[in-house]
Design a protein around this ligand. Structure first.
Ligand SMILES: Cc1cc2nc3c(=O)[nH]c(=O)nc-3n(C[C@H](O)[C@H](O)[C@H](O)COP(=O)(O)OP(=O)(O)OC[C@H]3O[C@@H](n4cnc5c(N)ncnc54)[C@H](O)[C@@H]3O)c2cc1C
Length: 348
């Protein structure tokens, strides 16, 4: 037997009886960290606008941060209304505490799409809510097209580590279409000072017997640009030997370029670099103006995370390294000789 809450939601879906296809109305989950709006959410908002209908933002968090975030978010181009829910329960954002709120918002509304950036939280939250509503969730879309006449939305998304592009259509039989948006494929939504939209508070939904408890969060701190959105990235691989050599070789190059530092999985697995710096299929996907691959072979799993960079520069001592197949500029050299020379030239 279905749990009571699920039954209510299901019945409200069945009771939707549109004479014609409903116009798109997207609910976008906007993430923030300590008062700053997540840049991936801004790209997701641009994607939401492309549906061609109303876009309602949702900001959730603790009383400490939500007011400031609401002030910033309500100016974002593309939003037509904004909901916010404030509670200490949402100070640490967990799928288990947030999904009841989303379910409630969706159970009694005309939302046609639910959208988010593919953050660690959203990767758990959206499929969780979608599964409870018995609808699919499409992850990391790179383009979308909505056909209002048939109420279907067609997406593209990379599969097989980016070696193939899959086209997926969610038809009118899916009443609410869930998807996450790959940030590198959509420009971040800008702010518009003159914008006036409806802003409404919604009550938090209590979770009396939450099965999980947040214990602690350990964030890696860095003064460098955020890898996900940096305009320039310097990445290192296995031949960087150890954490000290990795830092002493790559940091001066990143400093002179004002770049973020990234790493191959081999470098991360060997402990040269933090997990958060991994670029690739199982790491971050980046598309900076400049990506420098230093001593990285160019395995497909690494390429999946950086091949859309505008300019790729590779330094590798093996002329047959696969990275040269995607590089715009390639230097066949020992990185320990080449990198200091590049730094000197850049300083000049
Ligand atoms: C399911 C799965 C997911 C994965 N996800 C990821 C991912 O997200 N990101 C990722 O990066 N990998 C990922 N991998 C691992 C990937 O397959 C490769 O093993 C990894 O990318 C190799 O890292 P590397 O290029 O640093 O090391 P290697 O493959 O060892 O390459 C080192 C390169 O450095 C060159 N070199 C050596 N010495 C020097 C020198 N002195 N000067 C210049 N060049 C030198 C060599 O010629 C070589 O090309 C994944 C693998 C699997 C199976």
């Amino acid at each position: 037997m279905l749990p009571r809450r699920s039954f209510v939601v299901f019945r409200s879906f069945l009771s939707r009886n549109y004479a014609s296809a409903p116009p798109p109305h997207a609910l976008i989950f906007l993430e923030h960290r300590q008062g700053d709006v997540d840049s991936g959410s801004l790209s997701a908002l641009t994607a939401a606008s492309l549906l061609g209908g109303k876009v309602t933002g949702l900001v959730v968090g603790s009383p400490e941060y939500v007011p400031a975030v609401v002030d910033k978010v309500k100016k974002l181009k593309g939003l037509t209304s904004l909901l916010h829910s404030t509670s200490d329960l949402y100070a640490q954002q967990l799928p288990e505490t947030l999904s009841p709120l989303l379910e409630k918002l969706l159970s009694d509304s005309e939302y046609t799409h639910v959208i988010s950036t593919p953050s660690s939280l959203a990767k758990s939250l959206l499929p969780r809510v979608a599964a409870k509503l018995d609808v699919p969730s499409v992850s990391e879309i790179t383009s979308l097209e909505h056909d209002s006449s048939s109420n279907s939305t067609t997406f593209t998304r990379p599969i097989y580590a980016g070696n193939a592009i899959s086209t997926v259509r969610l038809s009118s039989s899916v009443p609410i279409k869930f998807f996450t948006v790959r940030a590198t494929n959509f420009d971040p939504a800008p702010s518009e000072e003159s914008q006036e939209i409806e802003v409404k508070a919604v009550d938090p939904v209590d979770v009396p017997e939450c099965p999980v408890e947040h214990i602690s969060t350990q964030l890696s701190k860095s003064d460098r640009p955020d890898l996900s959105v940096a305009g320039r990235v310097v990445s290192g691989g296995r031949p960087l030997k150890n954490a000290e050599t990795f830092a002493s070789t790559l940091n001066p190059l990143a400093d002179v370029l004002g770049a973020a530092v990234g790493a191959s999985r081999a470098a991360v697995d060997a402990g040269y670099a933090d997990n958060s710096l991994q670029v690739g299929q199982t790491g971050k996907v980046v598309a900076p103006e400049l990506y420098m691959a230093i001593g990285i072979s160019g395995a497909i799993q690494h390429l999946a995370g950086m091949k859309d960079s505008k300019m790729i520069v590779a330094v590798n001592k093996d002329p047959d390294a696969p990275i040269f197949q995607v590089a715009d500029v390639g230097l066949v050299a020992d990185l320990y000789e080449a990198v200091p020379q590049i730094i000197e030239k850049l300083k000049q």
